[in-house]
Design a protein around this ligand. Sequence first.
Ligand code: SAH
Length: 326
Amino acid sequence: MQILDVIDKSRLDRIPDKSVRLLSSANYHELGYTVFHVELRLYYKRTQNEPYSIITIFVETNHGTIEQILNEGYLGLHALEEEAAYITSHLVISELIMNSIKRLDDERRTPMLNVIELKQQNLINIMKAKGFLKEWKVERAIRITPRHIFVPTEYIEHAYEDRPLPTKSLQTISQPSVVAKMTQLLDVQENNKILEIGCGSGWQSAILSKLTTGKVFSIERIPEIVEFAKKNHRTAYIQNVEILQGDGTLGLPVSAPFDRIIVTAACKTVPEPLLAQLNDGGILVAPVGEIFSQDMVVIQKLGGKFKEIKRESGFIFAPLIGKFGF
Ligand code: SAH
């Protein structure tokens, strides 16, 4: 869909009708604020001759009273459908929405959200609607790790869509909802030492670094991608991740044992060295199966024994290539 070229701001200003109504409110105790869900019906058209279409956007706000939100503006966009996500992420429409937000912000002297935060909010909502993002700690880590820093410049427009994107050397950056899911399954505790196999863009390891005060090690096979990930980490001011080039199927014996191990490439079976380098009480998450279809497997080590504690089907990752891989 290309609406970028055909709607200009002057036409948008003359949108015939906008209406909002309150749907519900929810208390997010963990985050310490109340969220109001507001429905916004926005009329738009893509070309001069096309009739107006209606789009419904769900808005989430933690600012102001209900009356203020309804009368003056709104913060944080919820778009539960892909089409809505696209339209609200559209720059000109975002600007229009931002003007309403700014009115509210000026009054309340709260920091203004920017367009990127709006796009990110859409993505967060899509991940929640799919049931892939549930934990507020993980949500927070994702929020403070902007994905657009981790995608190649030519794909920046797509950084906040829920889909994988190309990195370099025919490899990919995982789909955001899958990253959210794996991060939750890994159940990171505050001072965990973590090993990731398959650094890629570095987005997953950056998110993990926000969940632990311990060190995160991430191994990547392809030198060009190692450089890409390191550059991304510098840009995003990621401090406690060490990115290493090598065959991750061998693990990292010099720094073992690890409290958490995450493999972000498809494995035939979980590489033996990784199991051997898991700390007692530790958790390993890996996509295991055939080259075009894997199960997400969660293994816990307790009292020297390994136990599969969870398995979910329906994942597709780039293959893990190495001594204990494909
Ligand atoms: N976690 C990444 C996505 C990883 S995609 C992110 O957040 O963007 C899978 C990555 O695994 C690819 O970059 C691929 O080069 C890498 N890979 C494949 N086999 C590997 C191996 N044996 N050791 C380390 N990395 C490997």
